[in-house]
Design a binder for this molecule. Sequence first.
Ligand code: PLP
Length: 430
Amino acid sequence: MSDGPTYGFDTLQIHAGARPDPATGARQTPIYQSTAYVFRDADHAAALFNLQEVGYIYSRLTNPTVAVLQERLATLEGGVGAVCCSSGHAAQIMALFPLMGPGKNVVASTRLYGGTVTQFSQTIKRFGWSAKFVDFDDLDALRDAIDDDTRAVFCESVANPGGYVTDVRAVADVADAAGLPLIVDNTSATPYLCQPISQGATLVVHSTTKYLTGNGTVTGGCIVDSGKFDWSASDKFPSLSAPEPAYHGLKFHETFGNLAFTFHGIAIGLRDLGMTMNPQAAHYTLMGIETLSLRMQRHVENAVKVATWLEDDPRVDYVTYAGLPSSPYSDRAKRCYPKGTGGLFTVALKGGYDACVKFVDSLEIFSHVANLGDTRSLVIHSASTTHRQLTPEQQQAAGAGPNVVRISIGIEDADDLIRDLDQALAKACG
Ligand SMILES: *Cc1c(COP(=O)(O)O)cnc(C)c1O
């Protein structure tokens, strides 16, 4: 089928990027388990290596199964191209890599996945990059944090560990006025609930490990490019606008236009950083995406039921879920995320740290794991696990204090989930 805006999301999540295999007619996308691809002749090989022709050379750069996933994700997000890689964290480095350089900074929201806070506040320093963390509800603070060395603005749409939703449009307007790309991590929302590009984002990153794959089988990541940013409008992005010595002085933006970021991601990013997605992982993720909209609808429906029940329970201090009328983000959620705010939220127990630990140990259907976005319901005590590298202030800012449990609601029967939570609360809170 030809992919186009005439098809709805449910159709595109099954068909975009895929076509019957030209060699065999196989209807399902084959897993092209091949490292290399035969060149037609020496001229063909030379053209591929010069980036004069698009084709397959070596699976560190491109692979036909991964390419289908890239096209599907680009289509679902409304972008012009996508690059898949080995994990969500790889996607974040791959997204920043062409933009940053020694001495440059990214201005990031305080409300981020704990691993991202660690990656941005510690690890990227080894590259000479840095991050400034700001409350993105305070747009003046965001404007003030941007300086001459800022090269990107970064946030999550629906933030992990839950309860917070970003007004992507408002943040995009600030980034735009400063001439900077906005990168949105859309992992927890998925393109079914939020399409950041339609709200002004330049790049969308995903941990495909989560809802997109959907059943906890493989790690992966991707970067989707809107194709809308003018990399040549300033001299801030020489990787994309200036001559590239590794390709005989080719200028990516001039040569590839709105596909500059995508081509750079493959020709430089994957080639030299090597954070490649393997075709098996792409296969599992393609399978998952076929049912994305159906799963997200049920995740949202279940999360609303369970969060509402928990909020009314006397053993519970509070629940942070943007889908609850009591949430301070309820109005924003309805305006910016009309299909719901996902399956992720946090619950604070009156019994504090000890009750939380007992609670996660007592659950039967819910698994205590460092993952989210699975068909199965999952919990984690963030303060003692994913967020334990963070300072108490960072934990609080990320909504992961010692009395807080993060819940990823699966697509089981909501009544069963509520019964399980009830018995675990009884054990935890005496
Ligand atoms: C899990 C996650 C990541 C990191 O992804 P990996 O695939 O685990 O590397 C980044 N951002 C968010 C919001 C996540 O939930």
